[in-house]
Write a protein that binds this ligand. Sequence first.
Ligand SMILES: Cc1cc2nc3c(=O)[nH]c(=O)nc-3n(C[C@H](O)[C@H](O)[C@H](O)COP(=O)(O)OP(=O)(O)OC[C@H]3O[C@@H](n4cnc5c(N)ncnc54)[C@H](O)[C@@H]3O)c2cc1C
Ligand code: FES
Length: 511
Amino acid sequence: MADMEDAPKPDFRNGVALDALPDGGMVLGRIDTEEAILLRSGDSLFAVGAYCTHYHGPLAEGLVVDDTVRCPWHHACFSLRTGEALRAPALDSIPCWRVERVGDKAFVREKLAGPSPRSAPPAPRSTNTPTSVVIVGGGAAGLAAADMLRREGYPGAVTMISADDSPPCDRPNLSKDFLAGTAPDDWIPLRTREYYAERQIELVLDSPVSSIDVRQKRVQLENGKQVEFGALLIATGAEPLRLDIPGTVESQVFYLRTFSDSRAIVAKAVTAGRAVVVGASFIGLEVAAALRARGIDVHVVGPESVPLERVLGTEVGRFVRELHESHGVAFHLGRTVGRIDGSRLTLSDGTGLEADFVVLGVGVRPSIALAEQAGLAIDRGIVVDEYLETSARGVFAAGDVARWPDRHSGDRIRIEHWVVAQQQGQVAARNILGQRQPFNAVPFFWSQHYDVTINYVGHAEKWDAVAIDGKLAARDCAVTYKRGDRTLAVATISRDLRSLQAERAIELAGR
Ligand SMILES: Cc1cc2nc3c(=O)[nH]c(=O)nc-3n(C[C@H](O)[C@H](O)[C@H](O)COP(=O)(O)OP(=O)(O)OC[C@H]3O[C@@H](n4cnc5c(N)ncnc54)[C@H](O)[C@@H]3O)c2cc1C
Ligand code: FES
């Protein structure tokens, strides 16, 4: 991208030679004062905004697939015809212009009207379009579903009921920039208050649902209220596993799931000098990196011998450990915490550590209590079919709670990834409206440690071969996890296009 950024940007109003645009190719340039890209897909030419509406990823480094472009950073997908954000994590559209071919040149003309929720044509209606939709959960899947219901032109009541005391927020940021102090508070809510009002999405916060009656079609809130539904989406996510460590004083031990949790850690970190993170998980290690950015002395304790080995394998796990050590993190692996006495922690092997506070990141469990009580089919998560419908008709589940039949691995899987949760919310919304769209996206997640981001596509619980193309130490590689001849997953560092290509290859193989 350095070359692209440094080169003078062509003005698309003056025309671009078609020779410069091979099929699937794109050119970065500008239209008046806006940066844009000109693309070719087959015989069609498109001009769209240059940056993703999620985190401003450079779309010129993305991948063109048919009449869409995919973002290199977290794999959002945009329509080249309308600019619509077809697939999360981006929720807002990008600008789009009309392109005219004159002789052997392409000229960009006027800007097209973007898709707006209000002007979007109603989706084809099935006879069983629900009278109202209730979403239990105000997280990734819940918000993406509410957003999609309105985008699809659903006119009925949409109520989102959340146990959180804040509106749906950018949860992945809570262990990264926000915790490190480099993202302000106002980056964290996914949407403004006005957004909910404009779209008539009723947001009910700080209101845990205590039970669901699937026959009577109503949910019971802890505060005594009842809400009836035509269709229901359960998107209750997951909750941190709690450890009962002898001697623990509540004010000293923190978990991280909500905006309030992250704020509480920040408040503590402001005056603290030493922290222990229990759990060398993705979240635990991201917390370690964020606390190091604040100059805090960080020790990580975990029972495993190599961090993240179960998900990423031994080589990548060792690399991640060394990366953290090079930033001053001390590891105490193969051990657990036996006791906490004030600021002193005693590990299972007798080692003593001093800490002003402790963050526990030892994993999560899906929040399925409501679904169990409602009598829905459960198998280490809420069982859903390929349309994300549970064992009760008109009741859907999405996100961390849902176990679905994954077309790519052939297994029923449940995954705790932000993008998967949002994409499932979007697909569930369409299916609530009777569109019968199977959920077949290739799972994707990212994790950030200092200036290193690991992107991962696919799903590999067990593999029999790992192939590393490039060098981990150089922070430039693609790691392929295979079973037999089949590529199950690919992890990349600094190879974003490769990650998109791997996603596409897994997609095509699963058809
Ligand atoms: C700190 C942190 C960092 C993360 N970083 C990444 C990352 O970098 N990449 C990645 O891919 N994933 C990441 N994840 C995981 C990702 O955030 C989750 O997979 C995603 O949020 C799941 O979405 P969800 O909608 O299923 O659940 P959530 O977003 O957790 O939302 C669940 C909602 O349900 C509500 N709820 C639960 N029970 C009830 C009830 N009884 N009544 C009413 N409401 C209820 C909760 O209050 C919440 O609003 C991270 C998670 C955390 C906590
Ligand atoms: S920046 Fe484009 S998907 Fe995140």
